[in-house]
Design a protein around this ligand. Sequence first.
Ligand SMILES: NC(=O)c1ccc[n+]([C@@H]2O[C@H](COP(=O)([O-])OP(=O)(O)OC[C@H]3O[C@@H](n4cnc5c(N)ncnc54)[C@H](OP(=O)(O)O)[C@@H]3O)[C@@H](O)[C@H]2O)c1
Length: 298
Amino acid sequence: MNRDDKIAIVTGANSGVGYETTKGLLKNGFRVVMACRNLEKANSAREQILTEFPSSRLDVMTMDLSDFESIKTFAEAFKEKFSHLDILINNAGILLNKPKKNSAGIEMQFATNHLGHFLLTSLLLELMPDSKHSRIVSLSSVAHKNAEIFFDDIHCEAQTKWDTPYAQSKLACLIFADELQRKLTQSGKKIISVSAHPGGTDSGLFEQMPPFLMLILRYTFAPLFLHSIENAAKPILKATLDKDVVGGDYYGPTGLFEMKGPPGIAKRTKYSQREDVGNQLWKLSEEFIGSNFEVDAP
Ligand SMILES: NC(=O)c1ccc[n+]([C@@H]2O[C@H](COP(=O)([O-])OP(=O)(O)OC[C@H]3O[C@@H](n4cnc5c(N)ncnc54)[C@H](OP(=O)(O)O)[C@@H]3O)[C@@H](O)[C@H]2O)c1
């Protein structure tokens, strides 16, 4: 493979925002690896994308982000096939309406949305050229505003609202992006870590809401306040491709309630910017994945 090839990974690329982000990257000349847990769905999404972009280079590789072994296997397979990685889009996500843990006993949304991507990034960072064009994009949500990191209750067993574990996990994604950027800066690396959220869009995520809420949202709120999946991918593509992006930026739609509108700098809580929380989350995440995530000097 040519060193000049621009390679991107999109996790959860078979549907929703990841699917549209994949198309945006292909349009911009990237070879894209769709990192998905379900091969059948991923291959069918790939076929569909190729009808629109027949001459693109689009690969499918399997990875279940709730399973650390699966992530390690993916990273090994990726390293065998590719010499470098320019863009990592940590997009995959789940929203659950009932408590659930992964096979290691970790709250499922924290494991999938945050820890899975934390581990994946730690395994792939060494492949990224030391350039401002190398980017790690982490997907957060306006839901981050409804939580803190419950260090004394990380599995949210004492939380009473059904969506608090999701909110905590999306806050963790945002804090991770910042803490990674701090470590990249401290080590003198030019690689950029940035975060983005899609606003609101009627994607696969909706299917996991409590049914009454999903119906209300889909048939009353959505047509008025949410935007298309294609538009929802725009802040992610801006964070990935815009030359003016600075490490630690957070992008999202700038319209009403940040649910839709043109992409720009998104609003975030003060809590999400606390360095002490970033540091503590990083250490906790290292404990969960069972290894240190060091960001070495170039
Ligand atoms: N939709 C919104 O309004 C909204 C708002 C704020 C933030 N977000 C964020 O946007 C991102 C994309 O979500 P979306 O709206 O596009 O939802 P989506 O259509 O449900 O897509 C989520 C993707 O993640 C994949 N995924 C889930 N669990 C996985 C696992 N264990 N391993 C690997 N892949 C996994 C799904 O695969 P399967 O198809 O196999 O399930 C799917 O491809 C998420 O991070 C979400 O939190 C969405």
